[in-house]
Design a protein around this ligand. Structure first.
Ligand SMILES: C[S@@+](CC[C@H](N)C(=O)[O-])C[C@H]1O[C@@H](n2cnc3c(N)ncnc32)[C@H](O)[C@@H]1O
Ligand code: SF4
Length: 385
């Protein structure tokens, strides 16, 4: 089988610690004042990789993503141990993409050469904003200068890099965002992730927002910022390939494509999710979220899995729709029909086309339009009903 035909298989590894908790973030990330026992975590990662590979043997890994939390707090040796364990229990595809998520502080950038030597070939930097007032408001520990310096070090250290920005921040105007974006594109080269600020429950921002102390752009203003994002990025050769991700052609994050195309991936570490096909059935797996409880489970049982659900046809097809329609390449409705055992409703498709929310091309591929993306959830709900 040529590499183009081989199925993709991703491995996600979660590092659950951060130096401080950002007030907008609801990811599984924890602050520890005592030193984290990295050797113990490295052993537990290796053990969980071994157990997962025994359940899903024979795969060829096409991408690895070390996410968090803040994986750039890991020692390069810990990263190396994780990558070695993956290579020991699965085979590794030629040209594998290995991404590490990094916070752009100067301390973390000093480890980039070590990560490169360990086998990382792509970094994704959490820049978030390119001005100091916004960074302060977002509770970040780095300045804009430090972030740009980290980007420059990433450029020298890795074949590929990307960075994240958050927009629709308090008081952000379309003109300010267009300028910031133009600077980001100049620095980014091939890939940018641009997330609209979401006010998540159980975060400090949620309380501030509810109390009227944090004013974010309303729906109409956020829509204008979204349109500016699409327009500026497309004009500079970084069109969206997913609702929040922009890349030059061929520079898409292959690991994230695994999720959105409904392919298989293993989830390793505290609170990691996986999708594995075992005995021809799709399993949705999740591990224990609390780091120390995860460690104890792995040490006792060889894995930290606390959820292992077999998806029925309907659930699998709905997930395919939900993930696939985030991509500008869209979905093949025949695959939906093969998964669910029913075809999408032609009348609903016709109405959504008339409203300009979707298009259907000559090969029958269904895509959400730029006008449809801001109301993606409603489009998916309508099609899946
Ligand atoms: C899992 S975080 C980890 C990245 C890394 N720890 C950092 O903060 O630089 C991945 C990205 O999600 C985005 N993000 C997190 N919370 C968000 C929120 N409430 N709204 C929008 N984007 C968010 C940020 O851009 C962040 O870089
Ligand atoms: S945004 Fe990143 S650094 Fe901040 S708490 Fe979340 S995972 Fe940690």
């Amino acid at each position: 089988m040529s590499s183009a035909q081989r199925p993709a298989f991703g491995v996600y590894v979660h590092w659950p610690f951060c130096l401080s908790k950002c007030p907008y973030c609801d990811f599984n990330s924890h602050v520890r004042h005592a030193a984290v026992d990295e050797d113990r975590f490295a052993r537990a990662f290796a053990r969980e990789i071994e157990t997962t590979a025994a359940r899903a043997p024979g795969r060829e890994v096409t991408s690895i993503f070390l996410g968090g939390g803040t994986p750039s707090l890991m020692r390069p040796e810990t990263v190396g141990a994780v990558l070695d364990a993956i290579g020991k229990h699965w085979s590794v595809a030629p040209g594998i993409e290995v991404t590490l998520e990094a916070n752009p502080t100067s301390v973390e950038a000093t480890r980039f050469a070590g990560y490169r030597a360990a086998g990382v070939n792509r970094v994704s930097l959490g820049v978030q904003a390119l001005n100091d007032a916004s960074l302060k408001e977002l509770g970040r520990l780095h300045s804009a200068r430090e972030a740009l310096d980290a980007v420059a070090i990433a450029r020298k250290s890795f074949e590929r890099y990307s960075f994240d920005l958050i927009y629709a921040r308090p008081e952000q105007t379309p003109a300010m965002w267009a300028d910031e974006l133009a600077l980001a594109i100049k620095e980014a080269a091939e890939h940018l992730s641009l997330y609209q600020l979401t006010i998540e429950e159980d975060t400090p921002f949620f309380g501030l927002h509810a109390a009227g102390k944090l004013r974010t752009p309303d729906e109409a203003a956020a829509r204008v910022l979204y349109d500016v994002t699409q327009e500026v990025c497309a004009r500079h050769g970084l069109p969206a390939y997913e609702i929040s991700n922009h890349a030059r052609k061929g520079a898409e994050c292959r690991h994230n494509l695994v999720y959105w195309r409904g392919e298989e991936y293993a989830g390793i570490g505290p609170g990691a999710h996986g999708r594995l096909d075992i005995d021809d059935r799709r399993h949705a797996l999740a591990t224990e979220k609390r780091p120390e409880a995860w460690l104890m489970r792995v040490e006792a049982n060889g894995h930290g899995v606390v959820t292992d659900d077999v998806l029925n046809r309907e659930e699998r097809a709905d997930e395919f729709l939900l993930m696939g329609l985030r991509l500008t390449e869209g979905i093949d409705p025949r695959r939906y029909a093969a998964l669910s055992g029913r075809t999408l409703d032609e009348r609903r498709i016709a109405v959504l086309r008339e409203e300009g929310a979707i298009t259907v091309d000559a090969n029958g591929r269904l895509r959400v339009t730029q006008a449809g993306f801001p109301v993606l959830d409603a489009v998916v709900a309508d099609l899946a009903a």
